[in-house]
Design a protein around this ligand. Structure first.
Ligand code: SF4
Length: 365
């Protein structure tokens, strides 16, 4: 097969050019797994910091399994997609409960763990145990689309159906499946980049379809994502005798289990102080300042306003007023998830990135 011919070039190139990364110097499946999940969320440089924090905080699978969920979310804070952090913990608990606390050595059992898909299972199986499973992430899809000249959109299952067996055939014939996967991922990330691939230094150039036909800009075929939905979200930061009110968001749902100032969704044209709050909290309230921020998630564009207000009443305000909805129903306030805390204590609680932005900026005001 055409790829087989250039594999020695690929492995030599990797040996001479790869970046030294902490998770590449280990065969510990737990550490490799943590790094893979973190790298799905962020770039390598930031990933290093999170990886170290995570391993320092939860050095063993058992530590992660037994941790308070809030502590796990706290370490994950800022990475987004908090369900990934929760799945890490669920998987650690499964390993402890059902697998004697030992990370499984079989591909199918690795794949059965919460939050682990085919790519991650293949990466762990090959990096930790030297097993021949081709790890196909976005980097690998990009170079293989160009190399083989495949014009099926890379997000479609048909693409993986076509390219997967080709890569699998090659990895089964190499004596170093781990190095093949590392080199394949590194090539896509460092050489066969999204724009301006560095074909002049590419070890696959001699057999590359896109290089030969000058189709590097046409491949891979990428289907444009649909426009994110707009979300007009208002947060209420109520200050009362050096304390603020925060709530924990319920599960399931966006930012589940994280803390925030209570929030309210309004129609997109309503940018002023929400009428429901004005009506109920009325004259006892002074608006101190407002913070506005546009925050992008993969599927939502949030226009967020954070209203910092001072509550002048002696008693703390009552946010539950019959018939009047002060916050999104999705916040589903309950006794365990409502807290009055001093702002100095907020570091103890996991918060989402938008909330973090409000807190950080607030301190600068
Ligand atoms: S030769 Fe160019 S297009 Fe082909 S795999 Fe290498 S970097 Fe990508």
């Amino acid at each position: 097969m055409v790829l087989q011919r250039v594999i020695p070039n690929l492995l030599t190139w990797y040996g001479q050019n790869h970046r030294s990364l902490p998770w590449r110097d280990t065969q510990n499946p737990y550490h490799i797994w943590i790094s893979e999940i973190i790298l799905q969320q962020t770039r390598v440089e930031q990933g290093r910091i999170y990886y170290q924090k995570f391993i320092d905080e939860f050095p063993e699978i058992l530590d992660l399994a037994q941790a308070d969920e809030q502590a796990v979310l706290k370490v994950w804070q800022g990475l987004g997609y908090y369900s990934r952090a929760r799945n890490l913990q669920k998987a650690a608990q499964t390993i402890v409960r059902e697998m004697g606390g030992v990370f499984p050595h079989e591909y199918d059992r690795i794949l059965s763990l919460p939050g682990i898909g085919e790519y991650t299972a293949a990466a762990i199986a090959s990096f930790a145990f030297g097993m021949p499973f081709a790890a196909i992430d976005g980097n690998v899809k990009r170079w293989s689309s160009r190399f083989f000249g495949v014009d099926i959109p890379i997000s479609k299952p048909a693409f993986s159906k076509m390219v997967g067996p080709l890569l699998q055939e090659v990895i089964e014939q190499t004596s170093h499946p781990d190095l093949f996967n590392q080199a394949s991922i590194e090539l896509g990330s460092q050489v066969c980049t999204v724009s301006q691939p560095k074909c002049e230094v590419c070890p696959l150039q001699a057999s590359c379809y896109a290089f030969d036909k000058k189709l590097q800009n046409q491949l891979p075929v990428v289907v444009k994502k649909s426009q994110p939905q707009d979300w007009n979200l208002h947060f209420l930061a109520v200050h009362h005798h050096n304390e603020v009110f925060i709530v924990r968001r319920p599960k399931p749902g966006i930012w589940a289990g994280l803390y925030e100032f209570p929030s309210l969704t309004l129609p997109s044209h309503e940018k002023g102080f929400p009428a429901a709050w004005k009506q109920v909290l009325g004259g006892n309230l002074d608006i101190l300042h407002i913070q506005r921020q546009v925050h992008l998630l993969s599927h939502k564009r949030i226009e967020a306003s954070c209203w910092n207000v001072r509550w002048n009443g002696e008693e703390k305000p009552n946010f539950r007023v019959a018939g009047t909805l002060l916050f999104d129903a999705s916040n589903a306030l309950d006794e365990n998830s409502e807290l009055w805390i001093s702002l100095n204590e907020i570091d103890r609680y996991p918060v989402h990135r938008l909330m973090q932005h409000f807190l950080t900026n607030n301190q600068h005001d």
